[in-house]
Design a protein around this ligand. Structure first.
Ligand code: NSP
Length: 222
């Protein structure tokens, strides 16, 4: 399976994100609150765009079931994933709605968002965009499962964040994989390479997004 190969290839990237200070802060329950606030400001906007990019995929699909699925995912991104954000806002001791008002597309999130949009407008087949989007649920699920394996989260205020991404991603990832694997069966080598590059690059964007949050990256801080 093509997506299985992709996932194998990005294992070292996920391992390195796991060792970065943002995820280590989650594991130890001592992530600095400024980093959490910066993450929330960036991520609330990232998720809005993610939902809009799903909507760009709808005209690329022909099956009713796929369209229904995307509509459900738009709802999940807009109304479900916010639970994970509330966990972080509570931890940081801030009011979620107030903190996100100051959000911006900081340099690393800006780059990531535009990577997804580029693929949505450049290619008619949804698989190219899906490969750029799939690391969003996949990387978080893998990180959360790896954190949960440690079995040392009792009493950690960020445990609900980890639980959220352990449990809510399977169906989505299965759907995205099926679309890409089906397309990959008839794709040219050149197309396969673009799919692969999109997936790998988005995993790197995930790493940069966490580091952007941890380092409070802004456009002023060039
Ligand atoms: C940047 C980013 N990547 C992934 C996720 C998890 N859906 C997220 N909330 N934000």
């Amino acid at each position: 399976m093509f997506t299985r190969q992709l996932k194998k290839e990005v294992e070292p990237i996920i391992e390195s994100i796991y060792n970065d200070p943002f995820i280590q802060g989650i594991i130890h329950g001592d992530l600095k609150k400024e980093a959490v606030k910066h993450y929330l400001k960036a991520d609330s906007l990232y998720l809005n765009e993610f939902a809009k990019i799903y909507s760009l995929l709808i005209p690329k699909l022909n099956d009713r079931e796929g369209i229904q699925f995307l509509l459900g995912q738009i709802d999940f991104v807009m109304n479900g994933e916010v639970d994970a954000h509330y966990t972080l806002a509570d931890y940081a001791g801030v009011d979620y709605k107030t903190v996100i008002e100051e959000g911006e597309w900081y340099p690393s999130s800006d780059h990531y968002i535009k990577h997804m949009y580029y693929n949505a407008y450049r290619y008619s087949d949804a698989s190219f965009t899906i490969c750029a989007m799939a690391p969003c649920p996949y990387v978080y699920q893998q990180l959360a499962l790896k954190i949960a394996e440690r079995n040392d989260l009792e009493g950690n205020p960020l445990k609900p964040w980890v639980d959220f991404y352990c449990t809510n991603m399977d169906e989505l990832i299965g759907h995205l994989d099926r679309w890409v694997d089906e397309f990959s069966e008839t794709a040219s080598d050149e197309e396969l390479n673009i799919l692969r590059k999109n997936f790998v690059e988005s995993c790197i964007h995930e790493k940069r997004f966490f580091n952007m949050s941890y380092n409070i990256e802004t456009w002023e801080g060039y």
